[in-house]
Design a protein around this ligand. Sequence first.
Ligand code: SAM
Length: 354
Amino acid sequence: METDNNVETASELFKAQAHIYKHAFGYANSMALKCAIQLGVPYIIHNHKKPITLPELVSALKLPSSKLIAFHRLMRLLVHSQFFATNELGYVLTTSSRLLLKSGIPNLSPCIRVMVDPLVITPWQLLGEWFHSNNEKATAFETAHGVSMWEFCAQNPRFDRIFNEGMASESQMMRLAVKDCREVFEGLKSLVDVGGGTGIIAKTILEAFPHLKCTVLDLPHVIANMPQSENLSYVGGDMFQSIPTADAILFKHVMHDWSDEDCVKMLKRSREAIKDRDNGRKGKVLIIDMVLDRNEEELEMTEVKLIFDVMMMVLLTGRERTEKEWEKLFLEAGFMRYKITPVFGIRSLIEVFP
Ligand SMILES: C[S@@+](CC[C@H](N)C(=O)[O-])C[C@H]1O[C@@H](n2cnc3c(N)ncnc32)[C@H](O)[C@@H]1O
């Protein structure tokens, strides 16, 4: 069959049709996942302690028996997308669904809850409209909800709560690898976690390196009423204005929320905060974020990073960055060298030195 200048076989075109439908209905996968979490499917399978049959699962979930066939169809999709598996005895968890267990640490369910919240999805519906708009500042989120995402969080306690719970659940993943970063934290006495939310990553770092004094800096409404302890304190403030002094300034999933110009401002504030530490020691900035275009990478990792990059554009004024783009920011802010260690899956640890 001839289309424009290309000659494609019918079979290639049918394959392309399937490809288009897979992407157009990508939301069916996210909604099926959301539904499994809402119903508590991972938890029930885990609690059963052995493979669970369909009728057992339906009964444990307290679903009406009239929904058995419908539920089987949902599970068939979720097995296909490798959230669950089956053997001759019934359904079992996979590594992905083990990360969704309420009782598990890490538990990514709160993170999925916010990612698929209607408030997060609505701006995507307006993306085409947003591209036509001349307002360079406003994001698609702002087009949809009238204010920036941070202002929206400050005004909307329900969304603020699920957003912070989502971020905290994501931070639990760091437990899997922080203890392996001994050289990174060696010689440090103090650390400020900028935009540290409710302090999960600071607590995780403290579990592995209890000699540190950690301070979490975040917007006043985020850290209000957070309990202080001997090694962990919370400061309400604006990272663009000032950052408390420390040996290390950490930004985890923060820089990707912001434009290059804003990141350079944060990096300059950080340089002020780490310069001339006692005994002439110089501190460093630690960034946990994605690095695009790393050549050893699997296809799925690249796709997730590209999705995050567009998401940062839809929800915020941020972006994911290649190594060259990171380097440009560091040099512009007056830093001399950096080291990238791809230690957190899709995210790397970047140490930046003055
Ligand atoms: C994507 S979240 C990351 C939270 C945490 N670092 C983590 O990885 O779980 C970004 C954080 O930056 C905080 N934030 C936004 N604007 C800020 C500002 N001007 N000063 C300090 N923190 C800010 C938000 O409240 C939020 O907690």
